[in-house]
Structures are given as structure tokens and as C-alpha cells.
Design a protein around this ligand. Structure first.
Ligand code: RIB
Length: 290
């Protein structure tokens, strides 16, 4: 089967900082590196590295051909990435000595995806394929509705979090992933705890404290995170999601998919960078983790 990912593509400009800058502060970085990023691109690469067939639906400007080429190189089908007359999205990412980050996003071409492009891409999807979205592109609602009509498994990673964006797609979802704070914010907005959401599969992540899986009608299941020395948490959540989706796509029981995703995310936080350094399945299986 195929994972269709309506997802962002960014140039990640990653600055190594002694601490995360505060309002009004001028602070020198000790290093700068450019990576392929965007929550969408990160998930596409993670799912492809986990062994799934992934087709990315997105947009870049003429300055972003390198990003499309790199996704192709990483095994992602890029035929549905349009080149538009808007600059490619980018992210300015400050990472401190403890591996925590602060991200400034420029959405650029990620919000220039046309309905025609989306329709054309999904016309090749087959019932049972997965469709995933995050909150860094336009056309999320159109995609969710179309995906549901076509019998796709509709998945949503609620990041960056906006309660209205999640609420708009909620009726069409089969799978929702969000972090602890986002789950609380969604509960405030809807009055619904994760276990009561009208979505068959819900995962709430707790960073270094693991994740909890809610399957409608069953008791929630907790998963511990592996203990590692984190140097950069950027993209670890996207890696986790990409691996979970790949597990679902390949018919794994959810507990097994989450356990594998946990290993991938643990490995990811030990590396500097985003899409370019997402571990592949062999690395994930072979890693010595506590
Ligand atoms: O989740 C990490 C990602 O958030 C980065 O790759 C950056 O581009 C932003 O989208």
C-alpha cells in the first residue's frame, strides 16, 4: 500500500546556541547547518526509511529543487510535488546545549498547494492506502474529506498545534497523534479527553516519558521511551509518527508499530539534524537501547 503525505517541505537552518534566545536578546550561534526538513518531509523520509512506499504531495519554489531531489534520493515518490512561484518554506531552528529547540517557520510554498494538484495526486490512491497531514500546509480539510470519501485511512499529526485546525478535520480522521500539551489544549477546546475523541486510533506523546495509545473501546496502553543522551530533539516526533504510520501501512499490530517508532525516535534524538539523519529500519532494529 502507499502512504500519501500532504506535507510541508522546508529548508531547516539549524543554529547551535548556548541557550534559547529570549525576547530582545541578541545571541551568537556557535554553528549553522542546513538540513532538509518540514514536519511533512520528515515524516515522508521516516516512513520511507521504515520500508513503506510514500508519495509526498507538496510544493516548493524554484529555490527548492534540491529539497525535491533529496526526497527522491531518500526513496520518496516526488511526482506530486509542484514547483510554484512562491519561495520554498524554511525554518530557523535554534538548538541549545541540552538539545531543546525553538522554531520560527516561514510557510512559503507549503501554502500554495492547489485543489487540482491534490485531486490529481489522490486520484491514484487506492482504498486502504493511508493519507497523512500535518498543520504546515494548506488544503488539509479538502484532503481529509477526499480521503474519507475514497476509503483511505485518514491520519493527522496535530503539529504545529491549532485547536481550530484539528477540530475542522476531526470528523474525517481514523488516526490522530498529538503531544501531552496539545491533548490538554484540545480537551479545553472540545471538552473531550483523548479516550473520548471520535477517532479510532489516538496517540498522545510525552517526549522522554513515552507515549499512550487509545484505541476506541479498549483500555489505554502506555509505552516507555528509551533512555538516551539527547543532543537534538528536532524532528524526533516526526520520526516517531513516520514510523508508526509505516507500521500501520505494513499491517503491524499498533503496539509493535509504536515500539518500533519509540526506538527510531530514541535514536533520532542522539543525532543533530532533521530529515537527512532519520535512521533506517536496520539501524533502528540493531540499535542497543535501554
Ligand atoms: O518538527 C521539526 C520540523 O518542524 C522541522 O524540520 C522544521 O522544518 C519544522 O517544520
Amino acid at each position: 500500500m502507499t502512504i500519501w503525505n500532504l506535507g510541508s517541505i522546508n529548508a531547516d537552518m539549524v543554529y547551535a546556541m548556548p541557550h534559547l534566545p529570549e525576547a530582545g536578546e541578541t545571541l551568537a550561534a556557535s554553528g549553522l547547518q542546513r538540513f532538509l526538513g518540514g514536519k511533512g518531509a520528515n515524516m515522508s523520509v521516516a516512513a520511507a526509511r521504515a520500508g513503506s512506499r510514500v508519495s509526498h504531495i507538496g510544493a516548493v519554489g524554484s529555490d527548492g529543487r534540491w529539497a525535491r531531489d533529496r526526497l527522491t534520493e531518500y526513496g520518496v515518490d516526488t511526482r506530486h510535488i509542484a514547483e510554484v512561484d512562491v519561495p520554498t518554506g524554511h525554518a530557523i531552528i535554534a538548538v541549545d546545549a541540552q538539545g531543546e529547540n525553538l522554531i520560527v517557520l516561514f510557510q512559503g510554498a507549503n501554502h500554495a498547494i492547489s485543489d487540482d494538484q491534490l485531486g490529481q495526486a489522490l486520484s491514484s490512491a487506492a482504498s486502504g492506502d493511508l493519507l497523512v497531514m500535518q498543520n504546515e500546509t494548506n488544503a488539509q480539510l479538502e484532503a481529509a474529506k477526499l480521503g474519507r470519501e475514497m476509503g483511505l485511512t485518514v491520519c493527522y499529526a496535530a503539529a504545529p498545534f491549532q485547536a481550530e485546525a484539528v477540530q475542522a478535520v476531526l470528523p474525517y480522521l481514523d488516526f490522530l497523534i498529538l503531544n501531552e500539551i496539545e491533548a490538554e489544549q484540545l480537551q479545553q477546546a472540545t471538552g473531550l479527553a483523548p479516550s473520548d475523541l471520535p477517532v479510532e486510533h489516538v496517540i498522545v506523546t510525552f517526549g522522554s516519558k513515552g507515549a499512550r495509545y487509545y484505541h476506541q473501546g479498549s483500555e489505554p496502553q502506555a509505552f516507555q521511551a528509551h533512555k538516551v543522551d539527547a543532543v537534538d530533539t528536532t524532528g524526533a516526533g516526526d520520526t516517531f509518527t513516520g514510523y508508526v504510520l509505516a507500521g500501520m501501512d505494513r499491517g503491524m499490530p499498533m503496539a509493535q508499530a509504536i515500539a518500533q517508532a519509540n526506538r527510531a525516535a530514541a535514536l533520532m534524538v542522539t543525532r543533530h539534524g532533521t530529515a537527512d539523519v532519520i535512521p533506517d529500519l536496520k539501524e533502528v532494529r540493531d540499535a542497543q537501547l535501554n
